[in-house]
Design a protein around this ligand. Structure first.
Ligand SMILES: Nc1ncnc2c1ncn2[C@@H]1O[C@H](COP(=O)(O)OP(=O)(O)OP(=O)(O)O)[C@@H](O)[C@H]1O
Length: 251
């Protein structure tokens, strides 16, 4: 099994508060890894460290390594824009840009220098198809993305992430603002996308972790308590704290 990302002894502080404590984890290529745990345990912080989204925050201090395809992403010669092209992110609340559906998708490729109309048309169609929303929007590409439903907007945001040909997709509770039908569409999409991409997803929904993920990581108060095959972990957790959490005894 290939590992796309290897995290070694990762610690992160916000000022004097330690949010991640000595995290060690290997992420399997073309799989879905779910990050679970009670509110405030560090799931989003961990997810954001994987493409250096925390670097923007004042007072953040990070030690340890996050290796992406054998390079430590904190090395000085790493181009952060290029890193974020390879490791894309989809947020909790769909956040389309206030522009047309077409321009939302073409935005990233354009910033990477692609100007040719036919090429952009191709990327837009391919990305929207990849995010299972092409049929719903192909006749309204020039209309504002803000006119789409929440579920459609989230698939548009996934298409936008796909348009720059990422390798890894980070998803921070991508369905928590969606209704059950839109949620199941995103879940099906994630399972489809893992044939081509590596997906790491934060979820509060234990059933969702069971339904779609291959591996699960359980966080508690900044510690990674348990990590492994999802089915095994939910059937037979090794740690009492994991068991208490997944059986709903706390959190
Ligand atoms: N920008 C920040 N500045 C200071 N502290 C922060 C910041 N972001 C998060 N924290 C703190 O770091 C800890 C971990 O937060 P994080 O958002 O990573 O948890 P989480 O598990 O994703 O929570 P939730 O499930 O509620 O989204 C919390 O104690 C939180 O208050």
């Amino acid at each position: 099994m290939n590992h796309v990302m290897t995290v070694k002894e990762l610690c992160l502080w916000y000022g004097s508060t330690q949010a991640l404590k000595d995290i060690n984890i290997e992420i399997e290529e073309r799989s879905i890894t779910a990050l679970i745990g009670p509110s405030g345990c560090g799931k989003s912080t961990f997810l954001k460290s994987l493409n250096r989204m925390n670097d923007l925050i004042n007072g953040v201090r990070i030690t340890g390594e996050v290796c992406y395809r054998n390079q430590n992403i904190f090395d000085k010669d790493v181009d952060v824009n290029e890193l974020r092209r390879s490791i894309g992110m989809v947020f909790q609340k769909p956040n389309p840009f206030p522009m047309s559906i077409y321009d939302n998708i073409a935005y990233g490729p354009r910033t990477h220098g692609i100007k040719n109309k036919a090429k952009l048309d191709d990327i837009v169609e391919h990305s929207l198809r990849g995010a299972a929303i092409w049929e719903e929007v192909k006749d309204r590409l020039k209309k504002s993305a803000l006119g789409l439903s929440g579920g459609q907007q989230q698939r548009l945001c996934i298409a936008r992430a796909l348009a720059v040909e990422p390798d890894v997709l980070l998803m921070d509770e991508p369905t928590s603002a969606l209704d059950p039908i839109s949620t199941s569409k995103i879940e099906e999409l994630a399972m489809e996308l893992k044939n081509k991409y590596t997906i790491i997803i934060v979820t509060h929904n234990m059933q969702q972790a069971v339904r779609i993920s291959d591996n699960t990581a359980f966080f508690l108060l900044g510690d990674l308590i348990e990590y492994g095959n999802t089915e095994k972990m939910f059937e037979q957790p090794k740690d009492k704290r994991t068991e208490d959490y997944i059986t709903g005894r706390f959190g």
